[in-house]
Design a binder for this molecule. Structure first.
Ligand SMILES: [Zn+2]
Length: 67
């Protein structure tokens, strides 16, 4: 994952932090194809579009930000 990618994801991550996990738009292909999954404290956001498939993973839930 490059730093450029993080810039693209930033808007989406802010929405995820705010608790939004559905109807998120992929910043790469602009599809409503993002899936958010949480595993322990790690949140994963993945585009399910076959030609896109961009993915980001990290600790950016609201609880972690509050700490
Ligand atoms: Zn996409």
């Amino acid at each position: 994952m490059s730093e450029d990618d993080i810039i693209y994801w930033q808007d989406v991550l802010e929405l995820v932090q705010a608790g939004k996990t559905a109807n998120l738009k992929c910043p790469f292909c602009q599809g409503d194809t993002l899936t958010v999954t949480k595993r322990e404290r790690v949140t994963s956001v993945q585009c399910t579009a076959k030609k896109c498939g961009h993915f980001i993973e990290g600790r950016f839930s609201a609880e972690d930000v509050a700490e």
